[in-house]
Design a protein around this ligand. Structure first.
Ligand SMILES: NC(=O)c1ccc[n+]([C@@H]2O[C@H](COP(=O)([O-])OP(=O)(O)OC[C@H]3O[C@@H](n4cnc5c(N)ncnc54)[C@H](OP(=O)(O)O)[C@@H]3O)[C@@H](O)[C@H]2O)c1
Length: 234
């Protein structure tokens, strides 16, 4: 697809990987709306990027419906949904509390489903569209303390497979992009420290992958792409 003048909606575009993806799409000529829960952070990021801010929580159905309405009101169309908003909760299985488990699924799984559902209605009506789900290497393997986060990313991968099968006949391309560790505020939000190092991935590396899969001619698409740092040092 040609990104020039395309309309994209990036959830969690106010920071980290989503911010990087929004920047890359805008630099390619796309018109972009970004979402986030922290209004001050969202407005600041939108101003820097030249994006349209939509203050919304993907885990809230009314917010998701308003997000789609506002995007269509602002730009008159939607070509790309990037389901990027996500968070992590990491605890031993025996210590897992229900609230943390449900909070992780509410954003990473239910939120992605609600956003995709609303975008798909629009895409089906015009017989064209793109959904990019930001998974993780956690979509493919387990790890200690990963009960909620890893399971949520397996679920996102599962939904990606279902949506792809269901929506291909409507010319809707559904991608899964799986980053390995990327230096963002994800760790801080999840309560652990990420050790920064120039050998580790940056948001712009994931943005590059997302832009590349989108720019392929519409007749084809890369189903899933996993991005590793070549030789990350801690
Ligand atoms: N960083 C990594 O190493 C890594 C690796 C693999 C995959 N990923 C995935 O990449 C995605 C982005 O992560 P990141 O590293 O960029 O994290 P980040 O720096 O913490 O950014 C997360 C973004 O999502 C927003 N957000 C969180 N929950 C939301 C909700 N319920 N509704 C709307 N927006 C929400 C945040 O803003 P507010 O808090 O203001 O809402 C923020 O803009 C996530 O899906 C994550 O699982 C990250």
């Amino acid at each position: 697809m040609n990104l020039k003048n395309a309309v994209a909606l990036v959830t969690g575009g106010s920071a980290g990987i989503g911010h990087g993806i929004a920047k890359s799409l805008i630099d390619s000529g796309a018109r972009v709306a970004i979402t986030g829960r922290d209004k001050a952070k969202l407005d600041k990021a939108a101003k820097e990027l030249g994006a349209h801010p939509i203050h919304a929580d993907v885990s809230k159905e009314a917010d998701v419906q308003r997000t789609m309405r506002e995007t269509l009101e602002k730009f008159g169309d939607l070509d790309i949904l990037v389901n990027n908003a996500g968070l992590g909760t990491f605890k031993k299985l025996v210590d897992f509390d229900l609230a943390s488990f449900e909070r992780t699924f509410a954003t990473n799984v239910t939120g992605a489903m609600l956003m995709a559902r609303e975008a798909a209605k629009h895409f089906i009506s015009k017989n064209r569209g793109n959904i990019v789900n930001i998974g993780s290497t956690a979509s493919h393997r387990g790890a200690p303390n990963g009960t909620a986060y890893y399971a949520s990313k397996f679920a996102l991968r599962g939904m990606t497979e279902c949506w792809r099968q269901e929506l291909r006949k409507n010319n809707i391309r559904v991608f899964l992009v799986n980053p390995s560790e990327v230096i963002t505020s994800f760790g801080t939000a999840a309560g652990f420290e990420q050790k920064d190092n120039p050998s580790k991935l940056r948001p712009e590396d994931i943005a590059h992958a997302v832009k590349s899969v989108l720019e392929m001619e519409d007749r084809g698409f890369v189903t899933e792409l996993t991005v590793f740092a070549t030789n990350p040092a801690d």
